[in-house]
Design a protein around this ligand. Structure first.
Ligand code: DGY
Length: 325
């Protein structure tokens, strides 16, 4: 069996795969083009892809022997799951192992924007710090404020649990009730409208789907408090970035902190010129331990599949009944 790995990943994943399969690796940090991916997929039985690889219906159709696509990431909006399922191809991902790292990074961004950490760093480096001043660079307190969580899955829940130390009022928007968040952090399920109107900080933890694309746009920014902040460590296109630039420019909202972008890695014009936004290069899961675990889970998903066992995390389990090994 042959596995193609689309880009460099932590070596623990490659070593594990090499114990079981013939492994071909695109040993570079540059993503392959759609044409290159199609070429590579032709000769492999398994594909280990990254969240930056568009695994389209075309790419999938080129994989005549392809049996499993193992995504190195929890999000899988880069994969046409319906196309894979219709061909009996399993799609797996790496949830859980990155929950804490991503929740921690969400809080890093949340604190960075409300307390103007990155802006302050720029001020100091530019020689604009001339001494302590009672009115200089004032930010916003968190204690007692309302945190609105959009998407109370694993990461949203971990972000909410961390808010207890700030004694925040917690509202969450999700189709499901979250008893853990309610019991541990006193959270209350609310409508999107209520969160937009009430929250002092809104943090996004939804998957990118047709339903969540541009969930936050001009109309939603108009509903938010002018003192509110928006944090996004999920997927860029959940926010209409052009509308966000406008909302930040006109101070319709106080600020935003983004780890993900609508046209990643490109930025919407105007975004980088603004001081009331913190921009991070998709670092939510970027700790050594977490990335090692993600590589291991992505490799184990493939190994388990070919051993006839249940992968650690499968998106379309219905295909397992027709497993072709
Ligand atoms: C994911 O896993 O979906 C993140 O975006 C990258 O770790």
């Amino acid at each position: 069996m042959k596995v193609f790995v689309t880009r460099r990943i932590p070596s623990v994943g490659i070593e594990l795969l090499r114990e079981h399969f013939q492994v071909e690796l695109n040993d570079s940090s540059t993503p392959l083009s759609a044409g290159e991916l199609k070429e590579k997929v032709k000769s492999c039985d398994a594909l280990l892809s990254l969240v930056t690889d568009p695994i389209t219906a075309d790419v999938i159709a080129a994989g005549q022997n392809l049996k499993i696509i193992s995504n190195h990431g929890v999000g899988y909006d880069n994969i046409d799951v319906a196309a894979a399922t219709s061909r009996g191809i399993a799609v797996t991902n790496t949830p859980d192992v990155l929950t804490d790292a991503t929740a921690d990074f969400t809080w890093a961004l949340l604190l960075a924007i409300t307390r103007r950490v990155v802006e302050g760093d720029r001020v100091v480096r530019n020689g604009e710090f001339t001494g302590w001043d009672p009115l200089f660079m004032l930010g916003a307190d968190l204690v007692g404020k309302t945190l609105g969580i959009l998407g109370a899955g694993r990461i949203g829940t971990a972000v909410g649990e961390r808010s207890v130390g700030w004694r925040m009022k917690l509202l969450y928007y999700d189709h499901k009730t979250n008893p853990t968040l309610e019991a541990k952090a006193g959270a209350r399920k609310a409508s999107l409208k209520e969160i937009l109107q009430e929250a002092d900080i809104i943090t996004v933890h939804l998957p990118l789907t047709e339903q969540t694309y541009h969930l936050i746009g001009k109309k939603e920014f108009e509903m938010m408090k002018p003192t509110a902040y928006l944090v996004n460590t999920a997927r860029g296109a959940i926010i209409d970035e052009a509308a966000l630039v406008e909302a930040l420019k006109t101070k319709r909202i106080a600020g935003a902190a983004l780890d993900v972008f609508e046209h990643e890695p490109q930025l919407t014009p105007g975004l980088a010129e603004l001081n009331n936004v913190v921009l991070a290069p998709h670092l939510g899961s970027a700790t050594t331990d977490t990335r090692n675990k993600m590589a291991e889970v992505a490799a184990r998903n493939i190994i388990l599949y070919f051993q006839g066992k249940q992968p650690i995390s499968i998106i379309n389990p219905e295909v397992l009944k027709k497993r072709k090994i």
